[in-house]
Design a protein around this ligand. Structure first.
Ligand SMILES: [Zn+2]
Ligand SMILES: [Zn+2]
Length: 121
């Protein structure tokens, strides 16, 4: 295992680690949010200008409401084939959305896991 994680110079410990949202060809930067320098995923480095747009490539794609769980979740939303999240439908196409949503509640991720376990693809 490589241990090139930059050691913290601050005295305070961070209770939550937020990761950088930049992606390059679908690979997510594994460095912390607001890190200096280039984005990085394993041996691949990229500059901000080369990053994928935050807008998910699935935005605007044809979609249809996913099979609901017993309680109706995800309530008519469609599974985006690109980011694998549930997205609202607008006229049978996926509403514009980002590849990740830091504000997404934990309950959403749990339900999504339920859905994959119960219904899957
Ligand atoms: Zn980054
Ligand atoms: Zn998406």
């Amino acid at each position: 295992m490589s241990s090139d994680v930059p050691s913290s110079t601050g005295a305070s410990s961070h209770s939550t680690v937020h990761f950088c949202r930049s992606r390059h060809r679908g690979r997510r930067c594994t460095r912390p949010l607001d890190h200096p320098g280039l984005h990085r995923h394993r041996a691949i480095l990229w500059a901000g200008a080369a990053a994928d747009p935050l807008r998910c490539a699935g935005s605007g794609a044809q979609g249809r409401a996913a099979t609901p769980l017993a309680d109706g979740w995800p309530h008519g939303r469609a599974l985006c084939p690109v980011c694998l999240r549930f997205v609202s439908l607008v006229n049978d196409t996926l509403a514009a959305h980002d590849t990740s949503d830091p504000a997404e509640p934990a309950s959403e991720a749990l339900r999504r896991r339920d859905w994959f376990n119960t219904i899957g693809w």
